[in-house]
Write a protein that binds this ligand. Sequence first.
Ligand code: GAR
Length: 217
Amino acid sequence: MARAKIAVLISGRGSNLQSLIDAAADDNYPAEIALVISNRPKVKGLERATKAGIHQLVIDHKDFQTREDFDAAINEALRVTKIDYVCLAGFMRMLTPQFVNDWRGRLINIHPSLLPAFKGLHVHERMIDAGVKIAGCSVHFVSAEVDAGPIIGQAAVPVLPGDDADTLAARILEQEHKLYPACVKLITENKARLSGAVVPFDSSVIASGALSNPPSV
Ligand code: GAR
C-alpha cells in the first residue's frame, strides 16, 4: 500500500524531525517524510533533512507582509508535493485559522507538556516553578488556539529532585522521540481519527502497546 506523505514543519534543532525520519526509514512504517519546511534558514533540522535526502524548503516568515501570505506559500508547497499530513515539530509560528481549518484532522503538533496544562513557551521552567511531580509530552491535532486541540497520545515522566529546566526537558524529549512516530503511525494507519473534539481508538490499539508509557511502536 502507498505510504502517506508527510510534511514536517520546523524552526530549529529538528530532533523530533529526526525521530520521524528514523521511523520512516523502515519500509513497513506507514508514512514517508516527503517534505521539510523551515521558516528559518540554516537551522540544524535542515541539515538533518539534507542528510536523509529529503526535499526541503526555507519559507522565511520575514519575507511575507502578512501571516496569510506566509501560510499561503506553505499551503502551495504542500499542495505541489501532494502532502497528506502536516507534522509541526518545534515550528514556532502561529498558523492562521484558515490554514488550521484547511488542514483539520491532518495537522499534528507535539508539545512538551501534558496538555491542556502548560501551553505556550518556557514550559519546562514553568513546570519546575509550579512544583509539578509528573510532566510529559502530548501529540495532538491542531486547532486555532496555540498548543490546543484533540489529543492523540501522551507520555509521562517524573520530575525528579534536583531537576532544572534542562534536565527535565531532556527526560521529556526522550519520550517525545518515541511518542511522535507512534502517533503518526496510528493516524496514518487510520487506527485513530479525529471525531469531533476527541480522537477515539479501539481496544486493539491499546493491546498493540502503542499507547503504553513509554509507547512501544
Ligand atoms: C520540542 O520539545 C517540542 O515539543 C517543542 O519544541 C521542541 C522542538 O525540538 N514544541 C513546542 O514547544 C510547541 N509549542 P526539536 O526542534 O528538537 O524537535
